[in-house]
Design a protein around this ligand. Sequence first.
Ligand code: HEM
Ligand code: HEM
Length: 241
Amino acid sequence: MATEPSSGSAVAGYVRRYNRKTRWFHAVSYTILVVLFGTGWWLTLGNEGRPSILARVSGVPDTRIHTLTGWVSAAVAVVGLLAGRRALRTFLDESVRSDPGDLEWFRRWPVAVLTGRFPPHRGHFDPGQRLFNLAIAVCLLVVIASGVGLAWLSGGSLFTVLVRVHRWGTYVGTALILGHVTIASGILPGYRGAWKSMHLGGRLPVQVARRLWPSSTSSSLRGNRSNEGSGQRDQGKDRPS
Ligand code: HEM
Ligand code: HEM
């Protein structure tokens, strides 16, 4: 993996929650998914005979763009699951957990998104992210698996069932992703600045990190200080990498 500068310190004023590999994986995945969700919605709204802007620019019909991008997404998913086994395990460990105080976090969340006064929580992800991570992972698996089935079959009762599963997966996935982007983009006052943790070098200002992920930020900064003390460069505090 390419070496990055230190993953942040109190002096530099930022922390880095994700390494470069993870940030690129996230960006490539969402570019592919935007095409899939866009062409998928186009088709399901009955526009099959009408070329979208993407189809007009590329000269390739929407159904073909959709299926080809679908195969790319299936390949990225398989390679990602195999090559990123360790990252996947950390992602699951950090997502499948509950701590005392999580319910209180959910109770105060609707006000906190406006005021920025989030109740404390433990771990790399807040309780809302943990739920989102599991829901979107299941949803994408379902949509990709049913899509592969559709691309393989050419009709029959299984095809009809898969179309329905594929369509419902699209509805649920769209709602989840719209929620995620609303939160992560920082439109809501409480989440201002959050987008920086995944983009443009992943440098998240310490005050934003402390507001949103207090416990993991403290341990990350403690880790940096002890590494500086022992003369080591810190590259490994990017849980879940
Ligand atoms: C992951 C995100 C995906 C989303 C959101 C999505 C969404 C959709 C939607 C909404 C439709 C239209 C269904 C209908 O109402 O008739 C569709 C059709 C289809 N999808 Fe996907 N899909 C995804 C992934 C895939 C994958 C991974 C494949 C295959 C490798 C695939 C293959 C197909 C095929 C073959 C059709 C039928 C196209 C046709 O009418 O010829 N999709 N998809
Ligand atoms: C198809 C679209 C997308 C999917 C499936 C997706 C999925 C994920 C997942 C699973 C995570 C892990 C942590 C979490 O739950 O927050 C994540 C993190 C993140 N995503 Fe996305 N994402 C998508 C699009 C976007 C877009 C368009 C943005 C732009 C604002 C974005 C910004 C972020 C940020 C800033 C984080 C890091 C939050 C943190 O520091 O923990 N995502 N995304």
